[in-house]
Design a binder for this molecule. Structure first.
Ligand code: ADP
Ligand code: MG
Ligand code: ZN
Length: 479
């Protein structure tokens, strides 16, 4: 869906991502998801008087990796206090970077060929987490609230896009590509469902041809790519409706209600002066030297777009089909493309390598990532040489992912001796001889009877026959 006729939307996304550090931004507490509440806390992240922050070097390095991956200028930066009162923020201010952020002026290229500007990607600390206890889980109607400070002080990078996005689909593409980049750069695990990547969408509308930007609303609580797209579409429609019925859009922060499928006003937008920003007196300015920045840029490795191009190139021939492109995107997104490359360079048909990786390996991606690429390649070679049927190869792969080992030994242990070509020919000949009527019809052009013969051969060989080899033998007999 795009904006109603005569209207266009302008969208800018703010993405918060939690960095994959061992410890928090300013203290030695563990940065971990899912711990028992209030167990990863100390005087620093609880904001107790007299405690002092010490900046985590690993967090700075990951922030620089994000900047490098987004083609940003990496600059000297200053930490500020952003003052506001909220019970999940024990210090009553959040340490963030304000007018001198570490990364500025980058861009992100999307798979559809468009480019979205990156205004800034700065470092800040996460807040704690409040749960409202009551029927709705929301603040209204809650009996009381519980607060967990494990997340307080977890390092974040906030990535602010330019208002270059014009549709919900493009917003979704941007968030997906950004997530892939965050994961590929090692900066974040990108898990939206665990809140390690959180997206806020700024949306405004204007009449086509208008050069001035309309008033925007910022939509929060987008926990999935699907919610992001739905919320943006809804917000575009809502704002056009407001203006067309003679009203004006008010600048607001709005909440996406997934169940109702609509956005709800939370508060009118706060201004920078509401936060009384001032430089954090307990931290010195951050000024990474040129050699460090260079090291970070050099260590980045290929980004998802390059990796997709590399896998696509293996497949040869021009533009891949949509289905193929989806498979390529999947293996790169899940960090399994090295398996495709390893198999292909061992001589496995790249299409087979891609299919097995995008389906069977992807279904257990975590386990697949730890599979030895050489063993993976060896398994697919066995399948290609028809020493294993597709079904057998999948079974061996499941074992390989579960416990590693040598695929030939696993196949032997599972009783998957290959059916020698001559004995396969014997079985096929016998099945054909027992079903003369079906054979005649098959020879007369009833192609679907191939399945009938294959089924019989499979039963007789307890599934050891290779489907393709059976088909080839049937074709040979038919002449
Ligand atoms: P703030 O400081 O209030 O968060 P910014 O100027 O930093 O505001 O912008 C925040 C986000 O809003 C950016 O992603 C930006 O691209 C987007 N944005 C700014 N103006 C508009 C607009 N008129 N319509 C849609 N998005 C906008
Ligand atoms: Mg903002
Ligand atoms: Zn702490």
């Amino acid at each position: 869906m795009s904006a109603p006729d005569g209207w266009e939307a302008v969208i800018g996304l703010e993405v918060h991502c939690e960095l994959r550090t061992r410890t928090k931004l300013f203290c030695g507490c563990r940065n971990a998801f899912g711990s028992e509440p209030n167990t990863n806390v100390c005087p620093v992240c609880l904001g107790l008087p007299g405690s002092l922050p010490v900046l985590n070097e690993a967090a700075v390095e990951l922030a620089m990796r994000i900047g490098a991956a987004l083609h940003c200028e990496i600059r000297p930066s200053v930490f500020h206090r952003k003052n506001y009162f909220y019970p999940d923020m024990p210090k009553d201010y959040q340490v963030s970077q304000y007018d001198e952020p570490i990364n500025v002026d980058g861009y992100l290229d999307l798979p559809d060929g468009s480019r979205v500007g990156i205004v800034r990607a700065h470092i800040e600390e996460d807040t704690g987490k409040t749960s409202h206890v009551g029927e709705t889980g929301r603040i209204h109607g809650a009996g009381h609230a519980l607060v967990d400070y494990n997340r307080a002080g977890v390092p974040l990078v906030e990535i602010v896009s330019a208002p270059d996005i014009t549709t919900a689909a493009q917003a979704r593409l941007y968030a997906a590509e950004l997530r892939a980049i965050l994961v590929a750069s090692g900066a974040s695990d990108g898990r939206m469902e665990e809140g390690s990547m959180r997206v806020d969408a700024n949306v405004s509308v204007r009449r086509v041809g208008d050069v001035r930007l309309g008033t925007r609303c910022e939509v929060k609580n987008l926990n999935s790519l699907r919610s992001l797209a739905r919320a943006v579409d809804h917000e575009i429609e809502r704002q056009v409706g407001v203006i067309e019925s003679g009203g004006v859009v008010e600048q607001q922060t709005r909440h996406w209600d997934e169940d109702q499928g609509c956005t709800v006003a939370l508060r009118s937008k706060e201004e920078a002066f509401d936060y009384r920003y001032f430089p954090e007196p307990d931290l010195v300015p951050l000024d990474p030297d040129a050699a460090w920045i260079e090291r970070v840029r050099a260590s980045l490795g290929p980004m998802p777009a390059d990796r997709r191009a590399a896998v696509t190139a293996l497949l040869g021939g021009g533009e891949p089909s949509d289905a193929r492109s989806d498979q390529v995107a999947t293996v790169v997104e899940l960090g399994l493309d090295h398996l495709v490359t390893a198999a292909a360079s061992a001589g496995v048909d790249p299409a087979l390598a891609l299919a097995r990786t995008a389906n069977e390996a992807a279904a257990a991606a975590e386990a697949a990532r730890s599979v030895d690429p050489a063993a993976y390649a060896a398994l697919l070679q066995m399948e290609q040489r028809q020493e294993l049927s597709a079904t057998q190869a999948k079974a061996v792969l499941a074992e390989l992912m579960a416990g590693g080992g040598d695929p030939a030994q696993i196949a032997g242990r599972m009783g998957f001796e290959a059916l020698a070509a001559d004995s396969l020919a014997e079985v096929v000949a016998a099945v054909v001889a027992e079903h003369p009527d079906e054979w005649e019809r098959f020879c007369g052009g009833e192609a679907k009877l191939a399945g009938f013969f294959t089924g019989h051969v499979m039963r007789r060989t307890q599934g050891k026959a290779n489907g393709k080899a059976v088909a080839a033998e049937l074709a040979r007999l038919r002449g």
